[in-house]
Design a protein around this ligand. Structure first.
Ligand SMILES: [Fe+2]
Length: 404
Protein backbone atom coordinates (compact mmCIF):
# COMPACT_ATOMS: atom_id res chain seq x y z
CA UNK A 1 0.00 0.00 0.00
CA UNK A 2 2.79 2.42 0.98
CA UNK A 3 4.55 1.62 -2.31
CA UNK A 4 1.43 2.59 -4.29
CA UNK A 5 1.03 5.84 -2.34
CA UNK A 6 4.68 6.71 -2.97
CA UNK A 7 4.35 5.83 -6.64
CA UNK A 8 1.22 7.97 -7.04
CA UNK A 9 2.81 10.87 -5.20
CA UNK A 10 6.00 10.66 -7.26
CA UNK A 11 3.96 10.61 -10.47
CA UNK A 12 2.04 13.69 -9.35
CA UNK A 13 5.29 15.48 -8.41
CA UNK A 14 6.86 14.64 -11.78
CA UNK A 15 3.69 15.69 -13.67
CA UNK A 16 3.73 18.93 -11.74
CA UNK A 17 7.40 19.42 -12.63
CA UNK A 18 6.71 18.76 -16.33
CA UNK A 19 3.75 21.16 -16.23
CA UNK A 20 5.96 23.86 -14.70
CA UNK A 21 8.32 23.57 -17.67
CA UNK A 22 5.48 24.87 -19.85
CA UNK A 23 4.23 27.48 -17.41
CA UNK A 24 5.87 30.86 -17.34
CA UNK A 25 5.79 32.23 -13.80
CA UNK A 26 6.17 36.00 -14.07
CA UNK A 27 8.41 37.92 -11.66
CA UNK A 28 6.97 41.04 -10.08
CA UNK A 29 8.80 44.33 -10.49
CA UNK A 30 10.69 44.71 -7.18
CA UNK A 31 11.28 48.00 -5.39
CA UNK A 32 13.54 47.39 -2.40
CA UNK A 33 15.16 49.29 0.43
CA UNK A 34 13.88 51.69 3.08
CA UNK A 35 11.42 54.10 1.43
CA UNK A 36 10.64 51.79 -1.49
CA UNK A 37 6.91 51.86 -0.60
CA UNK A 38 6.94 55.55 -1.54
CA UNK A 39 8.58 54.68 -4.86
CA UNK A 40 5.92 52.05 -5.53
CA UNK A 41 3.13 54.54 -4.76
CA UNK A 42 4.70 56.96 -7.24
CA UNK A 43 4.75 54.21 -9.84
CA UNK A 44 1.08 53.35 -9.19
CA UNK A 45 0.28 57.01 -9.93
CA UNK A 46 2.30 56.87 -13.13
CA UNK A 47 0.50 53.65 -14.14
CA UNK A 48 -2.62 55.89 -14.39
CA UNK A 49 -4.54 54.17 -11.59
CA UNK A 50 -7.37 56.40 -10.37
CA UNK A 51 -8.71 54.53 -7.34
CA UNK A 52 -6.93 51.75 -5.43
CA UNK A 53 -8.51 49.22 -3.09
CA UNK A 54 -6.11 48.79 -0.16
CA UNK A 55 -6.48 45.28 1.30
CA UNK A 56 -5.13 45.11 4.83
CA UNK A 57 -5.95 44.39 8.47
CA UNK A 58 -7.33 46.68 11.15
CA UNK A 59 -4.21 46.43 13.35
CA UNK A 60 -2.02 48.01 10.67
CA UNK A 61 -4.62 50.74 10.16
CA UNK A 62 -4.64 51.49 13.92
CA UNK A 63 -0.84 51.53 14.02
CA UNK A 64 -0.87 54.23 11.34
CA UNK A 65 1.22 52.16 8.97
CA UNK A 66 -1.49 51.99 6.31
CA UNK A 67 -1.99 55.75 6.58
CA UNK A 68 1.71 56.34 5.86
CA UNK A 69 1.34 54.50 2.55
CA UNK A 70 -2.05 55.87 1.51
CA UNK A 71 -0.80 59.43 2.10
CA UNK A 72 1.85 58.76 -0.56
CA UNK A 73 -0.83 57.50 -2.97
CA UNK A 74 -2.96 60.58 -2.41
CA UNK A 75 0.06 62.81 -3.03
CA UNK A 76 0.26 61.40 -6.57
CA UNK A 77 -3.48 61.78 -7.18
CA UNK A 78 -4.63 58.22 -6.52
CA UNK A 79 -7.87 57.88 -4.51
CA UNK A 80 -7.94 55.14 -1.85
CA UNK A 81 -10.59 52.76 -0.52
CA UNK A 82 -9.52 50.79 2.54
CA UNK A 83 -10.72 47.23 3.14
CA UNK A 84 -9.29 46.25 6.53
CA UNK A 85 -11.37 43.15 7.32
CA UNK A 86 -8.59 40.63 6.68
CA UNK A 87 -7.86 38.29 9.60
CA UNK A 88 -5.20 35.57 9.94
CA UNK A 89 -6.07 32.60 7.69
CA UNK A 90 -8.54 34.63 5.57
CA UNK A 91 -11.73 32.89 4.49
CA UNK A 92 -13.91 33.23 1.42
CA UNK A 93 -16.31 35.58 3.23
CA UNK A 94 -13.50 38.10 3.80
CA UNK A 95 -12.40 37.78 0.19
CA UNK A 96 -15.96 38.25 -1.10
CA UNK A 97 -16.35 41.39 1.06
CA UNK A 98 -13.27 42.87 -0.62
CA UNK A 99 -14.52 41.99 -4.10
CA UNK A 100 -17.89 43.64 -3.39
CA UNK A 101 -16.23 46.86 -2.14
CA UNK A 102 -13.81 46.89 -5.06
CA UNK A 103 -16.66 46.67 -7.58
CA UNK A 104 -18.93 49.10 -5.71
CA UNK A 105 -16.23 51.78 -5.55
CA UNK A 106 -15.05 51.04 -9.11
CA UNK A 107 -11.43 50.57 -8.03
CA UNK A 108 -9.04 50.01 -10.92
CA UNK A 109 -6.20 48.39 -8.94
CA UNK A 110 -5.57 46.52 -5.69
CA UNK A 111 -2.77 47.22 -3.19
CA UNK A 112 -2.12 44.70 -0.41
CA UNK A 113 -0.42 46.01 2.72
CA UNK A 114 0.30 43.43 5.41
CA UNK A 115 1.37 39.88 6.03
CA UNK A 116 0.65 36.79 3.99
CA UNK A 117 -3.06 36.80 4.87
CA UNK A 118 -3.65 40.23 3.33
CA UNK A 119 -1.49 39.41 0.31
CA UNK A 120 -3.24 36.08 -0.31
CA UNK A 121 -6.70 37.67 0.02
CA UNK A 122 -5.73 40.61 -2.24
CA UNK A 123 -4.57 38.24 -4.99
CA UNK A 124 -8.00 36.62 -5.19
CA UNK A 125 -9.83 39.93 -4.83
CA UNK A 126 -7.83 41.40 -7.75
CA UNK A 127 -8.47 38.52 -10.16
CA UNK A 128 -12.11 38.05 -9.19
CA UNK A 129 -13.12 41.75 -9.12
CA UNK A 130 -11.64 42.16 -12.57
CA UNK A 131 -13.25 39.11 -14.13
CA UNK A 132 -16.57 38.17 -12.45
CA UNK A 133 -15.17 34.67 -11.73
CA UNK A 134 -16.26 33.42 -8.31
CA UNK A 135 -13.32 32.79 -5.94
CA UNK A 136 -14.44 29.24 -5.12
CA UNK A 137 -14.30 28.38 -8.83
CA UNK A 138 -10.58 29.22 -8.82
CA UNK A 139 -9.57 26.50 -6.36
CA UNK A 140 -6.89 24.18 -7.71
CA UNK A 141 -4.27 24.57 -10.40
CA UNK A 142 -4.52 27.05 -13.26
CA UNK A 143 -8.26 27.70 -12.89
CA UNK A 144 -8.08 31.50 -12.90
CA UNK A 145 -9.78 32.64 -16.10
CA UNK A 146 -8.49 36.21 -16.48
CA UNK A 147 -5.64 38.40 -15.23
CA UNK A 148 -7.97 40.76 -13.34
CA UNK A 149 -7.02 44.13 -11.86
CA UNK A 150 -3.40 45.25 -11.46
CA UNK A 151 -2.06 44.01 -8.12
CA UNK A 152 0.62 45.67 -5.99
CA UNK A 153 1.99 44.36 -2.70
CA UNK A 154 3.79 45.85 0.27
CA UNK A 155 4.58 43.00 2.67
CA UNK A 156 4.98 44.07 6.29
CA UNK A 157 6.33 40.72 7.45
CA UNK A 158 9.24 38.74 6.06
CA UNK A 159 7.97 35.20 5.86
CA UNK A 160 5.29 34.02 3.48
CA UNK A 161 7.00 35.17 0.30
CA UNK A 162 3.47 35.56 -1.06
CA UNK A 163 4.62 38.70 -2.90
CA UNK A 164 6.61 36.44 -5.28
CA UNK A 165 4.35 33.40 -5.55
CA UNK A 166 1.46 32.28 -7.74
CA UNK A 167 -0.28 30.80 -4.69
CA UNK A 168 -3.13 31.99 -2.50
CA UNK A 169 -4.36 30.00 0.49
CA UNK A 170 -7.95 30.70 1.54
CA UNK A 171 -9.71 28.90 4.40
CA UNK A 172 -13.00 27.13 3.89
CA UNK A 173 -14.55 27.61 7.33
CA UNK A 174 -17.34 25.10 6.72
CA UNK A 175 -14.90 22.20 6.31
CA UNK A 176 -11.95 23.67 8.28
CA UNK A 177 -9.75 23.10 5.25
CA UNK A 178 -7.29 25.25 3.36
CA UNK A 179 -8.12 25.87 -0.30
CA UNK A 180 -5.18 26.41 -2.63
CA UNK A 181 -5.53 28.64 -5.64
CA UNK A 182 -2.45 28.29 -7.84
CA UNK A 183 -2.10 30.27 -11.05
CA UNK A 184 0.56 32.55 -12.59
CA UNK A 185 -2.13 35.25 -12.89
CA UNK A 186 -1.92 35.65 -9.09
CA UNK A 187 1.67 36.93 -9.19
CA UNK A 188 1.64 40.64 -8.29
CA UNK A 189 2.67 43.24 -10.87
CA UNK A 190 4.98 45.14 -8.52
CA UNK A 191 6.20 44.80 -4.94
CA UNK A 192 7.92 47.07 -2.43
CA UNK A 193 10.24 45.36 0.08
CA UNK A 194 10.38 48.32 2.45
CA UNK A 195 12.26 47.42 5.62
CA UNK A 196 11.25 50.71 7.26
CA UNK A 197 7.65 49.38 7.46
CA UNK A 198 8.83 46.22 9.26
CA UNK A 199 10.71 47.74 12.20
CA UNK A 200 7.64 47.70 14.47
CA UNK A 201 6.92 44.01 13.95
CA UNK A 202 6.92 42.32 17.40
CA UNK A 203 9.74 39.82 18.08
CA UNK A 204 7.44 36.79 18.29
CA UNK A 205 5.89 37.51 14.88
CA UNK A 206 9.30 38.30 13.39
CA UNK A 207 10.52 34.93 14.67
CA UNK A 208 7.57 32.86 13.45
CA UNK A 209 7.38 34.49 10.01
CA UNK A 210 11.16 34.23 9.64
CA UNK A 211 10.98 30.48 10.27
CA UNK A 212 8.22 30.27 7.63
CA UNK A 213 10.66 31.80 5.15
CA UNK A 214 13.39 29.40 6.31
CA UNK A 215 11.00 26.48 5.82
CA UNK A 216 10.20 27.63 2.26
CA UNK A 217 13.90 27.90 1.49
CA UNK A 218 14.81 24.50 3.00
CA UNK A 219 11.83 22.60 1.56
CA UNK A 220 12.50 24.11 -1.88
CA UNK A 221 16.20 23.16 -1.64
CA UNK A 222 15.26 19.58 -0.69
CA UNK A 223 12.61 19.21 -3.40
CA UNK A 224 13.34 16.47 -5.90
CA UNK A 225 12.22 18.95 -8.57
CA UNK A 226 14.61 21.74 -7.54
CA UNK A 227 16.44 23.38 -10.46
CA UNK A 228 19.69 25.29 -10.68
CA UNK A 229 17.71 28.53 -10.73
CA UNK A 230 15.51 27.68 -7.72
CA UNK A 231 18.52 26.41 -5.76
CA UNK A 232 20.36 29.69 -6.32
CA UNK A 233 17.49 31.54 -4.65
CA UNK A 234 16.61 29.02 -1.94
CA UNK A 235 20.22 28.54 -0.79
CA UNK A 236 20.87 32.29 -0.75
CA UNK A 237 17.68 32.78 1.25
CA UNK A 238 18.74 30.11 3.78
CA UNK A 239 22.12 31.76 4.27
CA UNK A 240 20.57 35.20 4.80
CA UNK A 241 18.02 33.86 7.29
CA UNK A 242 20.64 32.07 9.41
CA UNK A 243 22.71 35.25 9.37
CA UNK A 244 20.02 37.87 10.03
CA UNK A 245 16.87 36.40 11.63
CA UNK A 246 18.14 36.49 15.21
CA UNK A 247 19.17 40.15 14.82
CA UNK A 248 15.80 41.04 13.28
CA UNK A 249 14.07 39.42 16.28
CA UNK A 250 16.26 40.99 18.98
CA UNK A 251 16.86 44.37 17.34
CA UNK A 252 13.75 45.14 15.34
CA UNK A 253 15.00 48.60 14.37
CA UNK A 254 18.02 47.13 12.58
CA UNK A 255 17.27 48.03 8.96
CA UNK A 256 20.07 45.86 7.54
CA UNK A 257 18.62 42.75 9.20
CA UNK A 258 15.05 43.68 8.27
CA UNK A 259 16.00 44.28 4.65
CA UNK A 260 17.97 41.03 4.42
CA UNK A 261 14.99 39.12 5.82
CA UNK A 262 12.61 40.82 3.36
CA UNK A 263 14.84 39.87 0.43
CA UNK A 264 15.34 36.32 1.78
CA UNK A 265 11.59 35.84 2.14
CA UNK A 266 11.01 37.05 -1.43
CA UNK A 267 13.79 34.77 -2.79
CA UNK A 268 12.38 31.78 -0.92
CA UNK A 269 8.91 32.56 -2.29
CA UNK A 270 10.25 32.76 -5.84
CA UNK A 271 11.94 29.36 -5.35
CA UNK A 272 9.10 27.42 -3.75
CA UNK A 273 6.46 28.70 -6.15
CA UNK A 274 8.33 26.65 -8.80
CA UNK A 275 9.36 23.59 -6.76
CA UNK A 276 6.51 23.42 -4.23
CA UNK A 277 7.06 22.68 -0.53
CA UNK A 278 7.13 19.49 1.57
CA UNK A 279 5.91 17.68 4.69
CA UNK A 280 6.57 20.60 7.05
CA UNK A 281 3.97 22.61 5.17
CA UNK A 282 1.64 19.62 4.82
CA UNK A 283 1.65 19.26 8.62
CA UNK A 284 1.58 23.00 9.33
CA UNK A 285 -1.42 23.64 7.06
CA UNK A 286 -3.41 20.98 8.89
CA UNK A 287 -2.30 22.15 12.34
CA UNK A 288 -3.39 25.65 11.33
CA UNK A 289 -6.75 24.44 10.05
CA UNK A 290 -7.51 22.19 13.06
CA UNK A 291 -5.97 24.21 15.92
CA UNK A 292 -5.75 27.75 14.51
CA UNK A 293 -2.00 27.93 15.03
CA UNK A 294 -0.42 30.76 12.99
CA UNK A 295 1.29 29.38 9.90
CA UNK A 296 4.86 30.43 10.75
CA UNK A 297 4.64 28.99 14.24
CA UNK A 298 3.15 25.76 12.92
CA UNK A 299 6.09 25.40 10.53
CA UNK A 300 8.54 26.14 13.33
CA UNK A 301 7.03 23.37 15.48
CA UNK A 302 7.49 20.72 12.78
CA UNK A 303 10.63 21.83 10.91
CA UNK A 304 13.34 20.19 13.09
CA UNK A 305 11.38 16.92 13.40
CA UNK A 306 10.79 16.58 9.66
CA UNK A 307 14.47 17.36 8.99
CA UNK A 308 15.42 14.63 11.49
CA UNK A 309 13.24 12.25 9.48
CA UNK A 310 14.96 13.21 6.19
CA UNK A 311 18.52 12.96 7.53
CA UNK A 312 19.45 9.44 6.42
CA UNK A 313 18.00 9.68 2.90
CA UNK A 314 18.63 13.32 2.03
CA UNK A 315 22.02 13.82 3.72
CA UNK A 316 23.78 15.16 0.56
CA UNK A 317 21.05 17.73 -0.12
CA UNK A 318 20.95 18.75 3.55
CA UNK A 319 24.76 19.01 3.62
CA UNK A 320 24.54 21.36 0.61
CA UNK A 321 22.09 23.57 2.52
CA UNK A 322 24.38 23.53 5.57
CA UNK A 323 27.37 24.50 3.44
CA UNK A 324 25.46 27.45 1.93
CA UNK A 325 24.69 28.68 5.44
CA UNK A 326 28.24 28.08 6.67
CA UNK A 327 27.13 25.34 9.07
CA UNK A 328 29.60 22.50 9.77
CA UNK A 329 32.72 22.05 7.67
CA UNK A 330 33.86 20.39 4.45
CA UNK A 331 35.61 17.77 6.60
CA UNK A 332 32.23 16.49 7.82
CA UNK A 333 30.53 13.58 6.10
CA UNK A 334 27.21 14.46 4.45
CA UNK A 335 25.32 12.80 7.30
CA UNK A 336 27.33 14.66 9.96
CA UNK A 337 26.71 17.96 8.20
CA UNK A 338 23.00 17.15 7.71
CA UNK A 339 22.68 16.52 11.45
CA UNK A 340 24.47 19.79 12.13
CA UNK A 341 21.89 21.56 9.95
CA UNK A 342 19.08 20.11 12.10
CA UNK A 343 20.86 21.20 15.28
CA UNK A 344 21.43 24.68 13.80
CA UNK A 345 17.69 24.96 13.09
CA UNK A 346 16.90 23.84 16.67
CA UNK A 347 19.43 26.26 18.11
CA UNK A 348 18.12 29.18 16.01
CA UNK A 349 14.54 28.40 17.08
CA UNK A 350 15.67 28.26 20.75
CA UNK A 351 17.50 31.58 20.51
CA UNK A 352 14.54 33.38 18.95
CA UNK A 353 12.08 31.94 21.46
CA UNK A 354 9.99 29.64 19.28
CA UNK A 355 7.95 27.17 21.38
CA UNK A 356 8.51 23.43 21.01
CA UNK A 357 4.94 22.31 21.61
CA UNK A 358 1.37 23.49 21.21
CA UNK A 359 -1.27 23.40 23.97
CA UNK A 360 -3.98 23.63 21.28
CA UNK A 361 -3.07 20.18 19.98
CA UNK A 362 -4.77 17.32 21.87
CA UNK A 363 -3.73 13.65 21.74
CA UNK A 364 -7.05 12.68 20.14
CA UNK A 365 -6.27 14.99 17.18
CA UNK A 366 -2.97 13.28 16.27
CA UNK A 367 -4.38 10.60 13.97
CA UNK A 368 -6.65 13.02 12.08
CA UNK A 369 -3.90 15.62 11.68
CA UNK A 370 -1.46 13.05 10.32
CA UNK A 371 -4.08 11.61 7.96
CA UNK A 372 -4.89 15.07 6.56
CA UNK A 373 -1.21 16.05 6.27
CA UNK A 374 -0.37 12.93 4.29
CA UNK A 375 -3.47 13.36 2.12
CA UNK A 376 -2.29 16.88 1.27
CA UNK A 377 1.36 15.91 0.75
CA UNK A 378 0.73 12.72 -1.26
CA UNK A 379 -2.36 13.85 -3.12
CA UNK A 380 -3.03 16.20 -5.96
CA UNK A 381 -0.23 18.53 -4.83
CA UNK A 382 2.35 15.72 -4.92
CA UNK A 383 4.92 17.43 -2.72
CA UNK A 384 8.39 16.59 -4.15
CA UNK A 385 9.84 15.31 -0.87
CA UNK A 386 13.20 13.53 -0.70
CA UNK A 387 11.85 10.73 1.51
CA UNK A 388 8.29 9.42 1.84
CA UNK A 389 6.52 9.12 5.17
CA UNK A 390 4.28 6.35 6.45
CA UNK A 391 1.24 7.19 8.59
CA UNK A 392 2.84 5.83 11.77
CA UNK A 393 5.96 7.94 11.13
CA UNK A 394 3.81 11.00 10.54
CA UNK A 395 1.82 10.40 13.74
CA UNK A 396 5.09 10.03 15.67
CA UNK A 397 6.21 13.44 14.41
CA UNK A 398 2.88 15.04 15.36
CA UNK A 399 3.15 13.54 18.88
CA UNK A 400 6.51 15.29 19.32
CA UNK A 401 4.76 18.67 19.50
CA UNK A 402 2.20 17.62 22.13
CA UNK A 403 2.76 19.41 25.46
CA UNK A 404 4.92 17.37 27.87
FE1 LIG B 1 4.69 28.88 4.36
Amino acid sequence: MHFLIVLYSRIMAVLSHITMKFISVPSPMIYSGAGSATALCGAIGRFACKRVLVVTDSVLVELGLVGRVTAELEKVGVAVEIYDAILPDPDFLQVEGGIALCRKMRCDAVLAIGGGSSLDAAKVIAVSAGSEQLPRKMEGFFKVAKRGLPLYCIPTTAGTGSEATMVSVITDTASSTKCFIVDPKLVPDAVALDASLMTGLPPAITAATGIDALTHAIESSLATEATEETLKKSLAATAMIFRYLETAVNDGENLEAREAMAVASCYAGAAFTVTNVGYVHGLAHQLGALCHIPHGLANALFLPHVLDFYCDTAAPQMARIAAAADIGSDADSDLERAKKLVEAVRSLEDRIGVPKSSDALKPEMVEELARRALKESHGLYGYPVPKYMRKAECEAIVRKILPA
